[in-house]
Design a protein around this ligand. Sequence first.
Ligand code: AMP
Length: 790
Amino acid sequence: MSEQLKMKKATKGKGKAKTKVFGKKKKEKDSEAVIIDKLQAKYDSIDPSQITKFGDFPLTSATLKGLRECGYHKPTQIQKETIGLALQGKDILGAAQTGSGKTLAFLIPIVEKLYCKQWTKLDGLGALVITPTRELAYQIFETLRKVGEHHDFSAGLIIGGKDLKFERNRMDNCNIIICTPGRLLQHMDENPLFDCVNLQILVLDEADRCLDMGFEHTMNAIIANLPLKRQTLLFSATQTKSIKDLARLSLKDPCYISVHEHSEFSTPKELSQSYMVCELHDKVSVLWSFIRNHIKNKIIVFLSSCKQVKYIYEIFCKLRPGLSLLALYGTLHQLRRMDIYETFCRKQCAVLFATDIAARGLDFPEVHWVVQVDCPEDTATYIHRVGRTARYHRGGESLLMLLPSEIKMVDKLKEKKIPIEKIDINPLKLNNPVRKMEAFLAKDPTLKDTAQRAFVSYAKAVFLMKDKEVFDVQSLDTDSFAKSLGLAIPPRIRFLQRLNAKTEKKEGKFNNPMNSKSYFDKEDDAAGHFRNESEDSGVEEEEKTKLKIASIPFDVPQGDDSDEDDILKVKRKDHDIELPTEEEIADMSLGRSRTKKPVTKAAVAKKILRKKIVPNKKILFDDEGDATIVGTKEKKSELAREYEREDEAGINIEKARMVLREEDKFDKQLFKQKVKDKHREEKRKRKEKKKKEEEEEPKDEFGENESEEEPDLSWLPDPDKIYGRKTEEEVETLAEEVQGRSQQAKLPKKRKTEDSFSSQITAKKNKIKKVSSTLNVNEAEQLAMMLLNK
Ligand code: AMP
């Protein structure tokens, strides 16, 4: 997504902005230069202990006005300590508790620095702020937009999930960019308009996350593109002090500012924190009961994976707890995420189910509770999660649910100066919605599928956790956990079964090939079926089939997992434990061997050359099965063929243009021919249709076609026999009569209806009546006999 703002003067209109930025009178410019000189002269004498309000800093009137309008009057501790140093041009490592105002601590120096350098649109990119999540980038951008309202700079939000082309065309106009690492690197790689040679100041917000191994390659590539001569500011509640990380950024004598380092606790003192120990299968009912008891609160619920968030959100929506429910996770579309973020900000009481993408930096107003249903991967994640409440001197509460096997986490939290108290819950007061959940799942196969995915992804998340002292996937009671999710039959967690089998094999337990737990049927294996203990130990045949159908493989590519912006996933690549990679796990389950695929375009081209693959050739087979090679892109013009034969290095643009023009002529001809053929075909179809319609015209009362032929009257009795021989005159009149009738028959009868048929019949009947009335009895008898004979 990309946004661009033009701070105050620029928003007044393009022309006006130009005059303001580029057309300043010399006198005005001089006075600005004098102001800047005066401000800069005061930088060295800034004393944080003497600062009580923003006006005590030597800041421009535009910045002070922006701050005032946003309601910021007194700087927070981290702002007091860092703004002065940042104005002096120092590199900074800033650490302060969550919600303590770190954003302004770097935004104010950014706008001041660019102002003092009299930065204009022509100078290009002056400041770059990198954050780990899109929502956080958006939040920083919004703060900058408000605080920088009275400055002339333009700022861009570059966060992926939206129109890359739109961003691309505006990148070169941006003085300040707020971005996520993945999207920034994409622009650096692909966008010729992106230029950062003039960059003055680089900020990493949530620096430890930006620099961790999950972002390692992206960040290294970004840093390599940035000029060495710049100021660098790093901020986080859990600041990195890793020499290796800092060396990557080439910091120059960085000042380490940690405002809460010596405070008693590392989390805000207004935050009341508790934990409870509960079994895995009780988590859903505890959470449900908690929400039902706090319907007047604003709550954030953290779960470990996108699929869990999706399922719990969907099933709880169906259960109707009595307050708004929202879900925020990485695999949602970006616009949807923005919408959810803003909706939750506005709500007074609501529950937001989220993954760790909501853990860092987000400043949701007035959150009462943070509930961690799944244990965070480390203490830093815990601090960031609970930091979504009790922000800027406001109170807040947090609850952590721990499995008995995860209890060691409490010691780790206490080691990090986190005051956390144990609470017990009364199991009798729990309200278990599992029956209703089962009913919903029985009715809705898609929901059931989501539940199964949630189940497996939880196991996967635990399996991938780095801290094996706390997380033990083998200790999970998965059967009862599946039941608590409303699943009658626990889905198989194949990667675990295979892992068990591998371990057992290593330990020499793989002696008996019929040992159900470690037995792989080769064919089954290929099809992804693995026999487990229950299947081999007397479960009825039908049950077995059910088990197979119900199980969903962990490794099946799942639609909602395909998030193109991988920066939002919780990366656990940095774990130093020896684990199979996701690909390996997938391969294990699919029973396939992995061949290396070429990764670069050059490698693909080489491979094609090696295999002698001719591009743009399509082989068709005729009815006899003989191959006919069709060159769909074969050159038609002599000039083009000649051009192809030439073995010149590089591209002769002029000639290529001529070739294209020549080829274009053939293409146009081909196109014309195609249009003609199409018309011809249409005409043929129209004709065919007409013919068919004519054939299907309505039949007369005798089932004959109402054709133009004369009616067959041979069945009528011989009139000579009845009326005696007619004179020539009489014959003529009769002939005229008959002709008149047949003329009538020849008339178009398109719209002949049943009525006209019946009137014809009555007319005939009347005529026979008339004729027979003139006959004597004998003649009438004769006529009747003839008719009967006929
Ligand atoms: P941050 O840590 O930057 O996300 O800020 C946390 C909260 O504190 C946000 O809601 C800010 O609006 C608020 N805040 C930051 N600095 C100040 C300040 N100097 N005065 C009042 N509120 C502030």
